[in-house]
Write a protein that binds this ligand. Structure first.
Ligand code: DC
Length: 234
C-alpha cells in the first residue's frame, strides 16, 4: 500500500488558477499521509498584508520592511487541509476575497516576495512527504521532485469553479468578471520575469475539463506508484 511505504517523495502540482490543484493536492496528501501546502495561500497572505498596510509595491525598501514583519504559519484542519495564519491571525477567508485576487499576481511577481516564500517552502519539504501546489513548485521550489503534475482545464470551466467559490464566500461578481480576472492572472503568472509558470518536459499533464475528482485522484495515484517504483527502498 502506498500510504505504508516508508519511502517518501515530494509531489509538485503546478498549473493555472482554478484548475482544481488544491482539491487534488489535498486528497493525495490525505491518502498518502503527506503534508499539503497551498503556496498560493502564502502569496495571498502577503498580498493581504500589503493591502492592509498600504505598502507601496514600487518601493523596494517598503517591500523589504513589510516582508520582515510578516510571519506565516499553517494550521492543519480536520479534513487534512490547511488554514493560513498571518502574524497570529487565521486569514483563510480573507485571502480568498476578490480584492486580494485582484492584486496577488502583481505581488507574486516581486522577487523579494518570491525569495522569502520559496525559502519557507523548501524548508517545509526538505524531509520529503509533501504535496505542494503552486506555479513554480516543479521548476524552482523542488526541481528534483519525484512527481510533477501540471494541471489545466478549459477557461470557462475554471471561471465557473472560481465563481462558485466566490459566491459561497459572499462575493457578488459576474462570471465574466471572474473570467477576466483569471485570464489577467494567467497572463502575468506565465510571463513574469521571475519564475513564470512553465510547462517543462518532466511534468505529467492533467487536463481535468472532463474528469471528476475521483478520476483525477486515481490517475495521480498511478503516477505516484510509478514515481515510487523508481526509488530504492529505505
Ligand atoms: O493558486 P492561487 O490562485 O491561490 O494563487 C494566487 C496567486 O499567487 C496566483 O496569481 C499566482 C501566485 N502564485 C505564484 O506566483 N507562485 C506560487 N507558487 C503560487 C501562487
Amino acid at each position: 500500500m502506498l500510504e505504508n511505504n516508508s519511502v517518501k517523495i515530494n509531489i509538485a502540482i503546478d498549473g493555472y488558477s482554478s484548475c482544481g490543484k488544491g482539491t487534488l493536492a489535498k486528497s493525495l496528501a490525505k491518502l498518502l499521509g503527506y503534508r499539503f501546502i497551498d503556496t498560493g495561500a502564502m502569496y495571498r497572505s502577503v498580498t493581504l498584508y500589503f493591502i492592509n498596510n498600504a505598502v507601496d509595491l514600487a518601493s523596494p525598501k517598503a517591500v523589504e520592511a513589510a516582508l520582515a514583519s510578516i510571519s506565516i504559519d499553517f494550521l492543519v484542519t480536520a479534513d487534512g487541509g490547511q488554514e493560513v495564519v498571518l502574524n497570529g491571525v487565521s486569514v483563510e477567508g480573507a485571502i480568498r476575497e476578490m480584492r486580494v485576487a485582484e492584486r496577488v499576481s502583481e505581488v507574486a511577481a516581486l522577487s523579494p516576495v518570491r525569495k522569502k516564500l520559496v525559502a519557507m517552502q523548501q524548508k517545509i519539504g526538505e524531509n520529503k512527504g509533501v504535496v505542494m501546489d503552486g506555479r513554480d513548485i516543479g521548476t524552482v521550489v523542488f526541481p528534483d521532485a519525484e512527481l510533477k503534475i501540471f494541471m489545466t482545464a478549459r477557461p470557462e470551466i475554471r471561471a465557473q469553479r472560481r465563481w462558485n467559490e466566490l459566491q459561497a464566500n459572499g462575493d457578488s461578481i459576474s462570471e465574466l468578471e471572474v473570467l477576466a480576472n483569471l485570464s489577467h492572472r494567467d497572463a502575468i503568472d506565465s510571463s513574469r520575469e521571475d519564475s513564470p509558470l512553465t510547462l517543462t518536459k518532466d511534468y505529467r499533464v492533467l487536463d481535468n475539463s472532463e474528469l471528476d475528482r475521483e478520476q483525477q485522484l486515481q490517475l495521480a495515484l498511478q503516477w505516484v506508484e510509478v514515481a515510487m517504483s523508481g526509488l530504492p527502498a529505505s
